[in-house]
Design a binder for this molecule. Structure first.
Ligand code: IMP
Ligand code: MG
Length: 176
């Protein structure tokens, strides 16, 4: 099989949208310290871009989670593979994700983090695939709503490949 990539969102459009979201965040968090939580690994590229576009104190945190149970569809239960190394109590937290698909991971993660008593908790995602939603998630900042296609780049992978593409591409497969 040959892997084929077709550009869905260009590097220029990504940069433009990142700076728009950063402005929205600056407007919403005036005078406050912001704590980003990156969900590894997919969120790391978007978080790095977004954090540099926000011109006030942003602290960076990392978590790694996986869903329990069956492997193809994420289940409603998550396992924390790597937890935060600091308390988020009374802090203004934004979860930064690459994509929200079924919404299962984020809906559970949000509940887990809310139980730790942050001052506020919001969700920011680069991509949203609303057609695939199974679990309801309130998203506060969305980069782009996309159709139900498998995409890679800007943190998103296929078998760990393509995370470093500087655009979002639709991945498809053709016979050799
Ligand atoms: P969900 O919202 O719980 O279904 O989980 C979303 C996760 O599935 C994302 O964080 C990605 O890791 C992965 N994912 C969903 N759609 C895609 C895609 O189109 N390309 C690459 N990874 C995807
Ligand atoms: Mg992810």
């Amino acid at each position: 099989m040959i892997e084929k990539l077709q550009t869905l969102i260009s590097k220029e459009k990504l940069a433009q949208r990142v700076s728009e979201i950063a402005s929205e965040i600056e407007r919403d968090y005036q005078g406050k310290d912001i704590h980003f939580i990156c969900v590894l690994k997919g969120g790391v590229v978007f978080m790095a871009d977004l954090a540099r576009a926000v011109h006030q104190n942003v602290y960076l945190h990392f978590m790694d989670v996986s869903s329990y149970g069956d492997s193809t569809e994420s289940s409603g239960n998550i396992k924390i593979l790597m937890d935060l190394d600091e308390s988020i109590k009374d802090k203004h937290v934004i979860i930064v994700e690459d994509i929200i698909d079924s919404g299962r991971t984020l809906s559970v993660l949000k509940k887990v983090l809310l139980s730790r008593g942050p001052a506020s908790l919001r969700i920011c995602t680069l991509l949203d695939k609303p057609d695939r939603r199974v679990a309801q998630v309130d998203i506060d900042y969305t980069g782009f709503k996309i159709p139900d296609e498998f995409v890679v780049g800007c943190g998103l992978d296929y078998a760990q490949k393509y995370r470093n593409l500087d655009y979002i591409g639709i991945l498809s497969f053709e016979e050799e």
